[in-house]
Write a protein that binds this ligand. Structure first.
Ligand SMILES: *Cc1c(COP(=O)(O)O)cnc(C)c1O
Length: 401
């Protein structure tokens, strides 16, 4: 294996994102393949016993076992880090493997975590159910309330954890303020950037320490594999994340890593077009006076902030049709848009969060975080937006909206 492109880090790190997306992190074997090779192997062989001893001692470069290193996975990690502008990245089996690893690797009993109230259902489960079982205190705050973050800090607060925009309420966090506050108190900020990806938003530019991903979403972007990633400083990855990851094994399969590598090549094109389609579709139905939650529309309370933090506002928005019954009627009337709870896909997908992604929470917890009974969430894909507008208009008409 050698690198025929990207051998000089001083140069490769100056490449712009569109270049990194198709070139970053590429290693080539002696065959000189253009597309990244898929190394579907769990182990490695060695020329002699001293070589393997040196590798295990950390005194020689080289792979020893795919829970520790794999060439295809390493290419993905390097490419994600270059796109993020992060010093280092480690890929994970799924977004939830990334979130749980990013939190558990640095927390111990007696620590305290402040999280955003509006979050992906499983992220809330980590805060509400998993961490407390290990003696880690957690609090949740209204992430749009800057004062609430400050008031929630305790002497033992170790981590701030949030997503922005949030799933599925589309709350937008003021990253300059929240990350700056964390920094001033020695708190590590972990941002779940699955909705936007580095193509649209770079939390580290606003002071985030750790950026964690579900790469299942926009990074794969074609609804094929589960994948995740955690980015941070080299020191944090080496000293905090790696000891946990190497010994607990939330690793991504090389095959899934390879699929995501291919997805990254078109990430920014898809992210930009899907964002534009999402704004056009949102504007087309905004006249119906549904309660819209769309950071790309001026009606969003933090539209200006979203525009400052993001180059485009992403493929996902939500709107409230008043009741579960009406929400189901809209979903059942769709002809083109699929009824599906995934996001980031190149196909348009729509779901009712209260009965799917957030069904595991109590009705009170859903109400508190803004997941109302009439809320519908849509992932806007790459189809012709005129067809999407016709489909959604027809379904809203049929449901009497
Ligand atoms: C989907 C999602 C996750 C979980 O990712 P998986 O790949 O499904 O495990 C975490 N956070 C956010 C914001 C998500 O949208």
């Amino acid at each position: 294996m050698k690198k025929t492109t990207g051998t000089d880090r001083a140069i490769t790190q100056t490449w712009r994102p569109a270049t990194q997306a198709v070139r970053g992190g590429t290693w080539r074997s002696e065959h000189g393949e253009t597309s990244e090779a898929l190394f579907l192997t769990s182990g490695y062989t060695y020329d002699d016993a001293q070589t393997v001893a040196d590798r295990f001692a950390g005194e020689a470069e080289g792979m020893t076992y795919s829970r520790l290193q794999n060439p295809t996975v390493a290419m993905l990690e390097e490419r994600i880090a270059l796109l993020e502008g992060a010093e280092a990245c480690r890929a994970q089996a799924s977004g939830m493997a990334a979130m749980s690893t990013a939190l558990l690797c640095q927390l111990s009993a007696g620590d305290h975590v402040v999280g955003a109230r509006a979050a992906f259902g499983s992220c809330r489960w980590l805060l509400d159910s998993l961490l407390p079982r290990f003696g880690i205190e957690t609090s949740v705050v209204d992430s749009a309330d800057n004062d609430a973050w400050e008031q929630a800090i305790r002497p033992n607060t170790k981590v701030f954890f949030f997503e922005t925009p949030a799933n599925p309420t589309l709350d937008v966090v003021d990253m300059d303020f929240v990350c700056g506050l964390a920094k001033s108190r020695g708190i590590v900020t972990v941002v779940d950037n699955a909705f936007a990806t580095s193509a649209l938003q770079k939390p580290m530019d606003f002071g985030a320490d750790v950026v964690a991903y579900s790469a299942t979403k926009l990074m794969d972007g074609q609804g094929r594999v589960l994948a995740g990633a955690v980015c941070g400083s080299q020191e944090w990855i080496d000293e905090v994340l790696l000891p946990f990851q190497r010994n607990t094994g939330p690793n991504i399969s090389p095959f899934n890593a390879w699929v995501v590598l291919k997805g990254l090549e078109t990430l920014s094109l898809r992210a930009e077009r899907q964002s534009a389609n999402a704004v056009a579709l949102g504007e087309a139905i905004a006249g119906r006076r549904l309660e819209m939650r769309h950071p790309g529309l001026t009606s969003h309370p933090r539209h200006e902030l979203a525009k400052r933090q993001m180059t485009a506002t992403g493929p996902v928005f939500a709107f409230d049709v008043g009741s579960r019954e009406t929400a189901f009627a809209v979903l059942d009337a769709l002809e083109l848009i699929d009824l599906s709870n995934n996001i980031g896909d190149s196909r348009s997908l729509m779901c009712h969060p209260a009965s799917t992604t957030h069904a595991g929470m109590t009705a009170e917890a859903r109400a508190e975080m803004g997941v109302s009974e009439g809320l519908l969430r849509i992932n806007v894909g790459l189809e012709d937006v005129a067809d999407l507008i016709e489909d959604l208009d027809r379904a809203l008409d049929k449901a009497g909206l």
